[in-house]
Design a protein around this ligand. Sequence first.
Ligand code: GAP
Length: 489
Amino acid sequence: MSKQTDDFFKNIISHAKEYGFVFPSSEIYDGLSAVYDYGQLGAELKNNLKSYWWKSMVQLHENIVGIDAAIFMHPTTWKASGHVDGFNDPMIDNKDSKKRYRADQLIEDKIYRYEKDGKTDKAKQLQQDLDAALAVDDLARLKSIIEEHAIVCPMSGTKNWTEVRQFNLMFATQMGAMADGAEQVYLRPETAQGIFVNFLNVQKTGRMKIPFGIAQIGKAFRNEVIARQFIMRMREFEQMELQFFVRPGTELQWYEHWKEMRLKWHLALGADKAKYRFHDHVKLAHYANAAVDVEYEFPFGFKEVEGIHSRTDFDLKQHQEFSGKKLQYFDPEINQNYTPYVVETSIGLDRLFLSVLANSLVQEDLSTDEKSDSRVVLKFHPAIAPVKAAVLPLTKKDGLPDKARSIMNTLKLDYNVQYDEKDSIGKRYRRQDAIGTPFCITVDHQTLEDDTVTIRHRDSMQQERVAIGELERIIGDLVSLNKLLKQLM
Ligand code: GAP
């Protein structure tokens, strides 16, 4: 990361904390590694993003329904899904610093350094060696690569490494009292399995006909070996997943459909198209016949925000085998029973949140010949802004606060609105800019005479005088999710 992008990333983190978007978890106890809390504005922004996703998936599609499955699931679920045996990362410890690393990431960092030093051939060869070792889970080979390339611990600077071991990323806990013979259960590492095990329940009770989808938003937990980059890689995070069940043989058409839909969904939020790209998986998981990441250009480079996977009939077949319950669909159009194929879209809400913050945070120079000035603005799409409008009496006297409060009381039935009477009007505008409020409504003495107010637009800073009766229409028009959703139809 260049110094400039590093500074920008640090600004995002400190802005998120200063204005109540994201706090380190249990900070008074010095925090908990890779766990974060969303503050008063972060929770609003997250809810708005969830609402945009849920409405675009469930409300706009007659053939998609949403569920809310439990975090705990029968432990056999995770045997069937392959997570107990295969949800691992290769880890290695440095004996001097006692620090733990992901072996593949240490090697990737070395590849990056070779590239930066212009040693392209070496970088390519190392990438090939790494891919070959990972493809067959050859842990001894990962260790020998680390030795051959003299990779040192970033903390101690030594090459005093342990062997490479597999580390399962699932959190396990006990359910029930010990005396009763407690059972080991897991905190789900993905929400998808809650959908697969409910496939028949939903299909039958909802009388769903293929193709149809089941959507879900919920927490997932992974004991990441190393978690870094703020809310990018956390141990507790949130996913928004769709499993779309299709007739076998049609899955690749649906895969292309969902790729296009999902990119459209991201772009509607207002980011530049150049900030997104697709990254096809070269090495497919054993159950997939196509997979792609939707990547966003974060300050630290292009990284995955969403995965789109054609998962074949792997999951349903596995659950059928492990549960002994038939998980099939009778297709009246072709008069056949079959196990549906699945196309999955899986987006990390926290990564989306970070991409939206990174895309919106702007430092604007407003200097004139007379004075230097600047402002920090979060240029959120109005439909996802945590606060839609601020109502500001110009002064604290002459009945202006009462008038402002009455406007606020009308607007708050529909929108999240703030009232603020402290400090100069200029300072109050800046405070609202910094949290991304699209509109500031100022109540002045003229308001008392003719029931008009000024409305200031965040991005242009232009002000216009409008009748109070017009406010709901003007604000509603611009902050409504409908506008975003219409772009997807
Ligand atoms: N059901 C498929 C699945 O879970 P994944 O690629 O492992 O696929 C999907 O995860 C998305 O979840 C990723 O694109 C990412 O946005 C998010 N995600 C995964 N691990 C994460 C973590 N440790 N912290 C934050 N988000 C994470």
